[in-house]
Design a protein around this ligand. Structure first.
Ligand code: EPZ
Length: 418
């Protein structure tokens, strides 16, 4: 099991370039099988979630070529409509494949993606949306078997602006007969990126980023070369790290509007933030002030994927912070580990009350999920003394070159295999 050894207390200075956004690249890879021509995606981060998605594409019969961060997908010989159960277990967001496999093969089979580290993760909105497009769905023995004589456009209202359900329905609608309207659609920047990618392939998708997405079905899609947006959650993580440790960083590749809710809170904490195009400069302050309340919300609200990292920041901000996690049921696993470092956190259901302490102290802590693991790394960087952060398999799912980028900023961190 890989472990970080961190000697805390170093300020962070320098520049960080965003990786390609994990949560944009995954649906783009799913969409790559919508054409039998070659698809080239640049800036694909080397993280395990992407490797697992590429393994799924290979199992479907695609040919994949990886040259550094450039990825070539050729799905001309794709023949299978079955997404392997062992890979769905590794990557629950493989559920996005349903929409694109149905568009390609008119049938799809996937094992029911269970819950995960952060919650139950139901897919009822995905399935009800697909049914509206004419998909017959059988849930047999833990598998979901889908088939459709043809996909027909429909007017779909989502009970909740689910990112995955919005993406799955778009992927099933791009070559359906007629018009599909998705109301109460998710507005995340990654949805806009998927729209731009599909339109570059010849699709007719509009409205992404607003609450209503309109898809006019087309006959065929062609190959494309595409560069995805920068990873706003990765960059938000580095900005929070600098606010916690002190120092000054410049990030590139993520426009400020994609993490405006975070920047607003960091300014309230006392950080100085200047922005220009997709450059963000953050100067930390001697001592962070607590903000009263942070509630996670669908975009453009405060992102749930930055909640854990921001909660770590609140541990040493002066005053009391109230954090409410509205998206997922169990996204506070990291809190018990932070308490071992001296944090004063009380969690009840989806609410955390965090009373700032002067300083956290180093400890041996264990990551339990992707963003909670990142939060523990940040706490170790800011703490006094040495920490060990165990089970890096979680952060390796979403952060490329994590220790390399942190070391470049001045952090004393090294990876050891124990
Ligand atoms: C995407 O997950 C992201 N993953 C998540 O990032 C992110 O936390 C989440 O969106 C919210 O922004 C990818 O894009 C690969 P949702 P997704 O459907 O699509 C409920 C990370 O750390 N819901 O928007 O699964 C669900 O229970 C990951 O990078 C239903 O009730 O999120 C949750 O409460 C973690 N029924 C809420 O919607 C459904 O059919 C948000 O889920 C689907 C969702």
């Amino acid at each position: 099991m890989d472990t970080y050894i961190v000697n805390g207390g170093e300020k962070l200075y320098g520049k960080v370039q965003a990786q390609g956004a994990k949560n944009a690249v995954l649906p783009l890879l799913a969409a790559s099988i919508l054409t039998d021509e070659q698809v080239k995606i640049r800036g694909v981060p080397q993280i395990t979630d992407v490797e697992n998605m590429l393994r799924i594409l290979r199992e479907l019969g695609c040919t994949i070529k990886r040259r550094g961060e450039n990825t070539l997908i050729d799905s001309a010989n794709a023949i299978s409509h079955e997404i392997p159960a062992r890979l769905t277990k590794e990557l629950r967001s493989s559920v996005f494949m349903l929409g694109s496999v149905l568009t390609r093969f008119r049938k799809a089979r996937i094992s029911y993606p269970g819950g995960c580290d952060i919650g139950l993760r139901p897919i009822d909105l995905h399935l009800s949306g697909l049914k509206r497009l004419g998909v017959r769905i059988n849930e047999v023995g833990g598998f979901i078997e889908c088939s459709a004589d043809k996909l027909v456009g429909a007017d779909i209202l989502l009970d909740f602006p689910s990112v995955g359900a919005t993406e799955n329905i778009i992927l099933a609608a791009v070559k359906a007969e007629g018009l599909t309207v998705i109301r109460n659609a998710a507005k995340e920047p990654e949805i806009v990126d998927l729209q731009n990618f599909l339109n570059a392939m010849g699709a007719k998708v509009q409205g992404a980023g607003g609450g209503t997405v309109v898809v006019e079905g087309v006959k065929r899609l062609h190959g494309v070369e595409y560069t995805p947006i920068g990873d706003r959650i990765e960059i938000g993580t580095y900005l929070i790290a600098t606010a916690m440790c002190g120092g000054e960083i410049e990030t590139n590749g993520v426009p400020p509007e994609n993490i405006a809710a975070l920047l607003h809170k960091l300014r309230e904490n006392g950080c100085k933030i200047h922005t220009k195009n997709d450059k963000i400069v953050l100067q930390s302050c001697a001592s962070l002030r607590a903000v009263d309340l942070v509630e996670t919300m669908p975009f453009p609200g405060f992102p749930t994927d930055l909640q854990a990292q921001y909660s770590a920041l609140c541990c040493t901000a002066s005053g009391t912070s109230l954090i409410v996690e509205n998206l997922f049921e169990t996204r506070y696993k990291f809190a018990a580990e932070l308490k071992r470092m001296g944090a004063d956190i009380t969690v009840r259901d989806r609410t955390a009350v965090i009373r700032g302490v002067k300083r956290l102290h180093g400890a041996k802590i264990v990551a339990g999920d992707l963003r909670g693991g990142a939060a523990l790394v940040l706490a170790a960087l800011a703490a006094e003394g040495q920490s060990q952060v165990l089970d890096l398999s979680h952060v390796d799912r979403g952060y490329a070159d994590f220790e390399y980028k942190l070391k470049k900023l001045g952090a004393k961190i090294r990876r050891v295999r124990v």
